[in-house]
Design a protein around this ligand. Structure first.
Ligand SMILES: NC(=O)c1ccc[n+]([C@@H]2O[C@H](COP(=O)([O-])OP(=O)(O)OC[C@H]3O[C@@H](n4cnc5c(N)ncnc54)[C@H](O)[C@@H]3O)[C@@H](O)[C@H]2O)c1
Length: 443
């Protein structure tokens, strides 16, 4: 169906069609807006016009097809066509980390420079990319007061991006203009969530510090797990009890090989960089990152302790390559970091992932077509929390694992089922189920 979105008062332009851009485009289309997506990558735009999503997420392709068909979403590689007649211009380009730890704002800067040359009418520019405090006020100055720039962070997670977009716990909007913030709040009113308005700087701090806090919870869980490993404790039981306190909460208190992905590490680094620039102590953020940097190394320590020899020459099967289950994103994946570390120490690795299938990958491992194929190894490592790993019958793969050792770097498997299949199980901070079984037998 052909619809001319510029004739609709609720036309939005989304600049950047990555994980956030596409999920937002679908989300806004879901509640009745006309969205035009623009990206600097013309190939990506052509693919999106044909309904091909650049990344994997359950249900995404179907939702995109539905809204392409209804005409509520379209894509162009012409920026002026994308923004023409738009009421809101949403910026969702990447802000990766630099060598120094600061955020690389070159893509945002590029978009703002391009927009500043166009007639934007009375469109409001809404920055959705994660940017350090102070950024949006500086960006607003580039329009000489002719265009309102506000900041409204996105809190979605890959793997459940559209549903997170549609169900945020709260909406945060920051800026100088109350009327611009109100207009954007009205646009998001169908979400029916509490809306917090504040200065742009406070909104930018809110986003970065939310991610820093979640990262800190994960590092805390890993601190508990590493202690449990030394004293035969069970971190899952301990953290379940700790998180059962409503003041603490159970979410993100899950131990493993650490947090990866494109957000947490870069946002903590950005806050460390900012704190240092301002001369503010940031010991807590430093410790959060330091623990996370060391955590992937637990895998080779456990391997060598369990098998009593260095990893050189071992053939290792890996389940899970992406930074988390539900996505094909391997950016800053700690599974990859573990693989690189083990390969550098002379292990041969065969990896399997339900979503990551890139035939042109440059990872130091061979890609298997199935979980069974990857299990044909000296030991099996589970490095991503794909829920479907839990439903694999370990009796059908167990005989492939020559040492019988399964190291569950995400605590995703049911340790008792692994042991019942005649295998040895080690989680992160989890009592060896085999020992538990022996203890139970002895008791
Ligand atoms: N990925 C997440 O889970 C998530 C969640 C919340 C917030 N964020 C933040 O949102 C922002 C976007 O993240 P992402 O994961 O979607 O990034 P991404 O890398 O998946 O997508 C960014 C897109 O922007 C495009 N782009 C780059 N420069 C451009 C330009 N000048 N003009 C137009 N398009 C351009 C790229 O081609 C790419 O398609 C980041 O700041 C990130 O920190 C990400």
């Amino acid at each position: 169906m052909h619809v001319d979105p510029s004739r609709h008062s609720n036309k939005l332009a989304v600049i950047g069609t990555g994980y956030v851009g596409i999920a937002s485009a679908i989300g806004f289309a879901e509640f009745g807006n006309y969205v035009v997506g623009y990206d600097i990558l013309s190939d990506r735009i052509r693919q999106l016009q044909r309904g091909l999503t650049p990344y994997h997420e359950a249900g995404l392709a179907e939702s995109l097809a539905q809204h392409l068909h209804s005409g509520r979403i379209s894509f162009t590689d012409d920026l002026s066509a994308a923004v023409e007649g738009a009421a809101f211009i949403l910026i969702a380009v990447g802000t990766p980390t630099t060598e120094s730890g600061s955020a690389d704002l070159s893509a945002v800067e590029h978009v703002i420079s391009s927009l500043a040359k166009l007639d934007l009418g009375n469109a409001i520019v809404v920055v959705r990319s994660t940017v350090p405090p102070g950024t949006c006020d500086l960006l607003a100055d580039r329009f000489d007061g002719n265009v309102e720039v506000i900041y409204s962070p996105e809190f979605l997670r890959e793997g459940s991006a559209v549903s997170d977009f549609l169900n945020p716990d709260r909406v945060v909007i920051g800026g100088r203009s109350d009327s611009a913030m109100q207009r954007f709040a009205d646009l998001l009113a169908p979400l029916m969530r509490p809306t917090l308005t504040m200065s742009a700087t406070n909104a930018e701090l809110s986003k970065c510090m939310s991610n820093a806090f979640l990262a800190m919870k994960i590092s805390f869980a890993n601190q508990v797990a590493n202690l449990c490993d030394e004293m035969d404790g069970d971190a899952l039981q301990v953290l379940n009890a700790v998180g059962g306190d409503r003041r603490i909460g159970r979410q993100f208190l899950h131990p493993g090989i650490g947090f990866g992905g494109p957000c947490f590490e870069k946002d903590v680094k950005s806050m460390i960089h900012l704190s240092r620039t301002l001369g503010v102590d940031c010991d807590l953020l430093d410790a959060t990152l330091g623990l996370n940097d060391r955590q992937p190394g637990r895998i080779s320590l456990i391997l060598e302790a369990e098998l009593g020899r260095p990893v050189r020459g071992m053939s290792l099967g890996v389940w899970g390559l992406t930074f988390k289950g539900g996505t094909d994103d391997v950016r800053d994946s700690l599974a990859i970091r573990v693989i690189e570390d083990l390969a550098a120490h002379g292990a041969e690795i065969v990896g399997y992932d339900p979503a990551f299938k890139d035939p042109d990958h440059t990872l130091p491992c061979r890609l298997a077509h199935s979980a069974l194929e990857a299990a044909d190894s000296d030991a099996l490592l589970v490095l991503t929390d794909w829920p479907q790993f839990r439903s694999i019958d370990m009796r059908t793969v167990g005989h492939k694992i020559r040492s019988g050792l399964v190291i569950d770097g995400r605590n995703v498997l049911d340790g008792d089922s692994v042991v019942a299949a005649g295998l040895r199980y080690r989680g992160i901070g989890r009592r060896r189920s085999s020992d538990a079984a022996e203890l139970a037998e002895a008791g």
